[in-house]
Design a protein around this ligand. Structure first.
Ligand SMILES: NC(=O)c1ccc[n+]([C@@H]2O[C@H](COP(=O)([O-])OP(=O)(O)OC[C@H]3O[C@@H](n4cnc5c(N)ncnc54)[C@H](O)[C@@H]3O)[C@@H](O)[C@H]2O)c1
Length: 312
């Protein structure tokens, strides 16, 4: 497929991810961005983007004039056909529902140019299944942004069964041009790459707590104070090379029989959900949380990300 030069990006779904993703593309001065939502007004969407940008202005990442220019490059539409008519790239960010997404891509097809690239921001669902109701599937690709998309650099670019290499290459190029770190995921598997890695760790973490080896706060401290410090500069594969494949092999041979290998979610997690102990949503999860503690936790994370990524 001949990749078009990307000049206009349409985002479908003006929720948490859609607004952030629109902001990311609009940060490139030569891109125009449209955003479409069936339920939320254009004014509310632009307010949300302004609200996200206020944080960056407050920290000195953008000047107020730069933030205003970003918002000015985003045009909201309540009509899908108008929003996508000139789009070179469409990013679907509507709710995580297979039938809804399949229907969206089917309806989108006659409204967009034949060479437009169509992306889905699904967190976990099969890109191949999402594309299955569409006729021209070579241009449909997964672009899994992480939350908050305005800060986390990674975007997993997932090649579905029918996605062409040209679609993947052009998608990676435009994401890199707006400062993201796109990675190529060669197979459309559940959890792609980074969600699989994250939840492999979470499975072991919950298991350690469940079996009384350490409490929840201690598990978090263990990660934050050890390999968590290295992770921004040393991934697991380079780490294996650094310590030696022979050492990794001997540790794996000895340790793996003792690691959690459950094929279902932990009963401890299931009990928490049944009891309504959902974490921040209910004020109690593995720990009890006051409003102030939750706000402090969110603030700590955002400030850390801005410091790490923007040095502010
Ligand atoms: N929230 C996260 O942390 C996260 C991270 C990565 C990926 N995702 C994925 O991104 C997608 C969007 O998630 P979100 O958190 O932004 O959801 P959200 O609920 O905040 O936003 C979804 C928006 O889509 C709109 N909408 C619903 N149906 C629509 C339709 N048919 N056409 C146009 N707009 C429609 C809704 O009005 C809403 O504004 C989901 O697939 C989700 O799994 C979410």
């Amino acid at each position: 497929m001949g990749a078009p030069a990307i000049r206009t990006v349409a985002v479908a779904g003006g929720g948490m991810m859609g607004c952030g993703i629109a902001q990311v593309f609009a940060s490139r001065p030569d891109l125009s961005v449209t955003i479409f939502d069936s339920y939320v007004s254009g004014a509310a969407i632009l307010d949300r983007i302004r609200g996200n940008l206020a944080l960056f202005v407050g920290k000195g990442v953008f000047s107020q004039a730069e933030a205003d220019a970003i918002v000015a490059r985003v045009t909201p539409y309540g009509d899908l056909a108008a929003a996508v008519r000139d789009a070179d790239l469409v990013v679907e960010c509507i709710p995580e529902d297979m039938a809804l997404k399949q229907g969206f891509f089917r309806d989108l097809e006659p409204l967009v140019r034949p060479d437009a690239i169509l992306c889905t921001n699904t967190s976990v669902m099969s890109i191949t299944a999402i594309a299955s109701k569409s006729a021209k599937r070579d241009r449909i690709v997964g672009t899994h942004f992480w939350n908050p998309p305005t800060l986390i650099p990674l975007v997993e670019v997932v090649k579905a069964e029918d996605t062409s290499d040209g679609t993947v290459d052009a998608t990676i190029a435009v994401l890199a041009s707006v400062g993201k770190k796109p990675i190529r995921v060669n197979k459309d598997v559940p959890g792609f790459v980074a969600i699989r890695l994250q939840h492999a760790l979470w499975r072991e973490a919950v298991s350690i707590v469940e079996h009384g080896i350490a409490d929840a706060a201690t598990v978090d401290e263990a990660v934050r104070s050890s390999f968590g410090l290295r992770l921004p500069v040393l991934g697991p594969m380079e780490n294996i090379d650094m310590v030696g494949a022979d050492l990794a092999l001997s540790i794996h041979d000895y340790l793996f029989p003792y690691l959690e290998d459950a094929k279902a979610a932990s009963p401890a997690l299931r009990e928490k959900v049944a009891a309504g102990d959902l974490g921040f949503k209910s004020g109690k999860g593995f720990a009890a949380w006051t409003e102030e503690e939750m706000a402090a936790s969110r603030r700590r994370l955002t400030e850390h990300l801005i410091r790490m990524l923007h040095g502010k």
